[in-house]
Design a protein around this ligand. Structure first.
Ligand SMILES: Nc1ncnc2c1ncn2[C@@H]1O[C@H](COP(=O)(O)OP(=O)(O)OP(=O)(O)O)[C@@H](O)[C@H]1O
Length: 318
């Protein structure tokens, strides 16, 4: 059974403004007819440009906002009518602000959460031991949250969101502002938690490396509507972005003649050839190996960044 179900969900806001002496009212449709389901254990990247409606969707999924239309079920209940019941089944992390108690040492925040959620003491101890080890929190437990660095605090926030064994966790920009090593550690941790506990993860991020590292599925939203839902390879293929063969030869040569591929760059013995996403690389590689003094060869996929940019950019009018 799906753990999240949205059917034709919309959410409008009335924005009031004043122009001179005139007051105006305008309706913004932050989410506009959204339908999708998420299965238990999926890791879904929920992405879109600024103002696309991502936060509004997440707020409706947690029950903070009531939809203007359509129906939502999360873990079998209507979020806005069953917020308290649902709170035990979900965890939420907002990268921009902490849910921990600012003046309390990290371990005291965890103890408060245990009481709030009524986690059995043995389970709490086991979870804490796992998170302390995987997130390297040992030296931080006695430090007040306000003294933690952003990366340390984020590790604390993520542990806090998972201590009550939620079925679903919403992560809103969890790696924002973190250095490369902290990002990598967080991604590894989340992948492991998902593998071990089958926790469903909904990840909102502008860092496409998060998506690449973690998500089995990507949903792209723009102007409150879904514009893509599928796997990363499907997203790549759907955008028809060309792939590239990077060929290292034993010697510098003029541009190679390879049917179905075009040389776009020559730097000494290295040549870059592009070919359509619908073409298999195998015959091209076979042709090059049989015809030229090949030393090494790699296939470079289009970066997800370039694909998403292409997706967000409206087609030019004729
Ligand atoms: N409380 C509100 N009142 C009025 N308009 C709102 C409100 N909340 C969101 N909006 C508008 O709804 C639209 C979607 O906003 P939302 O915050 O969901 O986008 P987002 O995809 O999360 O953007 P970002 O990536 O910038 O966080 C925007 O046009 C925003 O201005």
């Amino acid at each position: 059974m799906s753990v999240i179900e949205l059917s034709d969900v919309s959410r409008a806001f009335t924005v009031r403004s004043r122009e001179g002496f005139r007051r105006t009212k305008r309706e913004v449709r932050a989410v506009d007819g959204l339908s999708f389901t998420v299965e238990p254990g999926e890791v879904v990247g929920y992405i879109g440009p600024n103002g696309a409606g991502k936060s509004t969707t997440i707020k409706m999924l947690t029950g903070i906002l009531v939809p203007s239309g359509g129906t939502i079920r999360v873990a079998g209940v209507d979020p806005s009518r069953n917020r308290v019941q649902l709170a035990k089944r979900i965890g939420v992390v907002f990268g921009q602000r902490t849910t921990l108690w600012w003046d309390l040492p990290l371990k005291d925040s965890f103890a408060v959460l245990q009481k709030m959620y009524g986690v059995p003491p043995a389970r709490h101890r086991a979870n804490l031991a796992t998170f302390v080890e995987l997130l390297d929190l040992g030296d931080l437990l006695d430090v007040p949250v306000r003294q933690l660095s952003l990366g340390q605090r984020m590790r604390g926030d993520i542990a806090a969101a998972l201590l009550h064994d939620p079925d679903i966790v919403y992560l809103d920009e969890p790696t924002i502002g973190l250095d490369v090593i902290s990002k990598a550690r967080l991604r590894e941790f989340l992948a492991q938690i998902n593998a071990d506990r089958k926790t469903t993860v909904i990840l909102t991020t502008h860092d496409l490396d998060d998506i690449e590292a973690l998500c089995t599925r990507v949903m792209v939203i723009d102007h409150g509507r879904q514009i893509f839902d599928g796997t990363l390879p499907t997203l790549r293929a759907s955008q028809q972005a060309p792939r590239t063969l990077v060929v290292d030869l034993a010697t510098s040569l003029p541009p190679l003649q390879v049917p179905g591929a075009t040389v776009t760059k020559v730097t000494g013995p290295r040549q870059h050839l592009t070919f359509p996403p619908t073409t298999s690389a195998a015959p091209l590689v076979a042709h090059i190996a049989a015809t030229y003094p090949l030393v090494d060869l790699t296939v470079a996929e289009p970066t997800i960044e370039s694909i998403i940019t292409q997706l967000y950019t409206p087609p030019e009018a004729d």
